[in-house]
Write a protein that binds this ligand. Sequence first.
Ligand SMILES: [Zn+2]
Length: 370
Amino acid sequence: MTQSADTGTIDEQRWRALVVRERDASFFYGVITTGIFCRPGCPSRLPRREHTVFFTSAEKAETAGYRPCRRCRPDEIEPSNIQRIIDACRRIEQAHQIPSLQELAAQAKLSPAHFQRVFKAACGLSPKAYGQYLQNRRFKKHLKTAPSVTDAIYRAGFGASSRAHASGRDHLGMKPHEYRTGAPRQTIHYGITTCFLGWLLVAATSKGICAIELGDDRQQLEEHLHENFNQAIIKPADGGFSTVLAKVVTYLEHTEHPFPLPLDIRGTAFQQQVWDTLRTIRPGETKSYQDIARMIGRPEAVRAVAGACATNRTALAIPCHRAVRADGAAGAYRWGLSRKLALIRHEQKFLNQEERPTASLADENQAQGV
Ligand SMILES: [Zn+2]
């Protein structure tokens, strides 16, 4: 068989990228003799050309019967890309108008096609779809406070009002001007502090924590609290509340389990059941919405489970960030995908560090060729 460099097929180009272990190449290769598939940058020994097959995605390699390599972890998102995706999520979350794919890809230093693929694998939706989702959410919020619907459309960053009306019907389930909220009458005290995810607000009734919110600035968090509990009497807490705040931050930073404070949360029996199940998922672990549906004995209720996760108002305490999609993508998060990805990574990293001191475990992995 002859291989000519100038008339090389796509597979020949991939082979050449593999020979030089090109890390950024966007394909996977399987080794026929071992049944294992790898990333091009894998530190394992280079297979022979005739034993090598190429795939455009990890999913296709798995479908073809190949198992993911335990060294280069081709079924997981590369650690170097996770930070890029977190940064891209932040950019989308902070932008008034949705940044273009080209713009985001350039900032991530990846090709648009590669960036789009990694983003979708990590988040479960395209950057554009995420931008639109956030825009609709802003629109919904502005409808409550803006003097007119037109004003809300402008403030949400929509280009054309017709699109906002269409999106309003799709996402609110009602016409924009009909959207209103309510909340039960109660007294709520709150405190605000900072953490590695930005600003953190903790609010409590006399019975327990009723809200934990994450945000980019203090004022925004206070506004959210007033909006979400708009019939409650809301007051800043006194100095004694600082121990409560400290407990929440310690819980977050040291990935403690379970959450150390009582909660005062209201929801339907179904929501409560989902939230209770979420609280059994340990830090560093994730469960799919399907898993959770099975755990509560309602395997058919996957969408409703995802919905119950989305209505959680106590970030961290009810760890809805540990609920992900079945394909491993993050799925939705009320406080932003950048935070969900950062939280999952923080918990996994922290737990790995905890385990590292046991040398025997590392040796065992070595022996297994990990
Ligand atoms: Zn490998």
